[in-house]
Design a protein around this ligand. Structure first.
Ligand code: GLC
Length: 461
């Protein structure tokens, strides 16, 4: 118990040290504070990284930093409608920001124009909305979300992602590396990671928008939620039964009533999958597009789908069964695999562009990320499988402090500290604290979860 408390104190101190101040106010946390590694942009506050810190602050009854963050990031949102390919589209939120000091302090945002490989973030605006809703839940105060500038900010996000574009899917089409996996990893198209966040953000918007000023938006949100939910639950889902269906698919069907809607050829089923699935497990596949199912398992997308009820109750149980039954593969020596399995050989060359940071079983390509511990914990609580969370925490607790809170782990079962992992990575530290708080007080789950009371109309597509 004593050791446990010392660990919490150490983590809390490290999180305090990571706080970023702007004009005397706390506005976020920096990504990492590794004294021995190149800073690159890890000294900035990443929107996605701050979510873990923010949840802990909210659970601690310290909402001010979250409020400041929400206000400042809204101020950085791209506001002008532009016909300029080098400027972020209207409504977009930055991946990260930093404080510059001149005569006065000012914030500088990065929408991807500085980031490695110039990747633009799609997840930031969703995380911002999800956090805005969590702030309301934690404080019981919706006046911030109801402020005119916040309502407008939400509307701009919705315009950006609900607008009809080139494709005819309810899911959102995104470029490679536009979220947590921010390097080339073959995750362009319709990755589950983004669809789960898109869905969560729409549900948050549904709670926060004022009907008087946002009637049309609310209607559009509801319609999209219907289509999106149906599409993901039906077409992304894989279990033995569905695998059997796909295995016997015919191709080249044309028209309205086809069975193999996306013309997926059975030969694309990878051999590992057939043995990997059990009678009682299943998951949402990584990506679905024309002629393609990416059968890789992605941790964040699946856990988030469980937490926010994008997956049905039954599907959620099956996802947790998978984690339990494939524990070595998905948890191993550090919760949790970012994706499984790794791409190797010629696939690695083609898919990652020979990326030395994403070699097989490293970093985004099958590495284990401690930040996912809180997602696992929340999903376990949601499905009444708290024992899985305790088991995972026990594994993480033994190593995190000793290994100096690394960003990620390498190896098939996550035995090694990541080759280029930053130490004192803030979301690793915060994830441990959020996990502790969730287990101590499971009511905290309400900040991030959604119930399955949302009606899906099955005849819409
Ligand atoms: C890396 C990760 C990204 C994270 C950033 C800051 O680029 O891939 O998900 O936001 O580091 O920690």
């Amino acid at each position: 118990m004593q050791a446990g408390n010392a660990l919490i104190e150490e983590a809390q101190k490290a999180l305090e040290d990571a706080i970023l101040y702007y004009r005397g106010q706390p506005v976020g946390t920096v990504a990492a504070r590794d004294p021995n590694a190149d800073t690159l942009n890890y000294d900035q506050c990443f929107v996605r990284d701050f979510v873990s810190s923010a949840l802990f602050f909210l659970m601690q009854g310290k909402p001010d930093i979250v409020r400041n963050f929400l206000v400042e990031v809204l101020g950085l949102q791209s506001r002008e409608r532009r016909l300029d390919c080098f400027q972020p589209g209207q409504g977009l939120h930055p991946a990260s920001f930093k404080v510059e000091k001149a005569k006065t302090e000012y914030l500088v945002a990065d929408f991807g124009e500085q980031a490695i490989a110039r990747v633009a973030p799609i997840d930031s605006c969703f995380w911002w909305l999800i956090l805005l809703r969590a702030y309301g839940k934690a404080t019981g105060d919706l006046t911030l979300a109801h402020r005119a500038d916040f309502q407008q900010g939400i509307q701009l996000i919705l315009q950006l992602c609900l607008e009809a574009r080139f494709d005819l899917f309810p899911t959102l089409l995104v470029p490679d590396g536009s979220f947590m996996i921010d390097r080339r990893m073959g995750v362009y198209g319709y990755p589950i990671e983004i669809q789960a966040l898109f869905y969560t953000a729409l549900r948050a918007a549904q709670e926060l928008l004022l009907p008087v000023t946002s009637g049309t938006y609310l209607q559009a949100v509801e319609t999209r939620l219907n289509h999106l939910t149906y599409h993901v639950r039906k077409y992304y889902w894989i279990d033995l039964q569905r695998l059997n269906e796909i295995y016997r698919y015919k191709g080249e069907e044309f028209g309205e009533t086809v069975i193999n809607r996306f013309n997926v050829y059975p030969d694309t089923i990878p051999s590992w999958l057939i043995e990997w699935l059990t009678d009682t497990s299943g998951y949402l596949t990584g990506n679905l597009g024309p002629g393609q199912i990416d059968f890789r398992f992605f941790g964040l997308g699946n856990l988030m789908s469980v937490i926010v009820s994008l997956a049905t109750t039954q599907q959620s149980q099956a996802v947790m069964n998978l984690i339990e039954q494939r524990w070595e593969d998905l948890v191993g020596h550090m919760p949790l695999k970012i994706c499984f399995p790794a791409v190797e050989g010629q696939d690695w060359k083609t898919i990652t562009g020979c990326d030395p940071k994403n070699i097989p079983w490293s970093y985004h390509n099958g590495g284990n990320w401690p930040v996912l511990l809180w997602f696992l914990t929340a999903a376990a609580l949601k499905t009444n499988k708290a024992n899985l969370a305790y088991k995972a925490l026990e594994i993480a607790e033994k190593r995190l402090s000793r290994d100096e809170w690394p960003e990620y782990y390498d190896g098939k079962t996550g035995k090694l500290i990541g080759k280029q992992a930053r130490k004192y990575q803030t979301w690793t530290i915060a994830a441990f604290l959020v996990t502790k708080s969730l287990l101590e007080n499971p009511n905290n789950l309400a900040l991030i979860s959604f119930d399955e009371d949302f009606n899906v109309n099955p005849c819409v597509q």
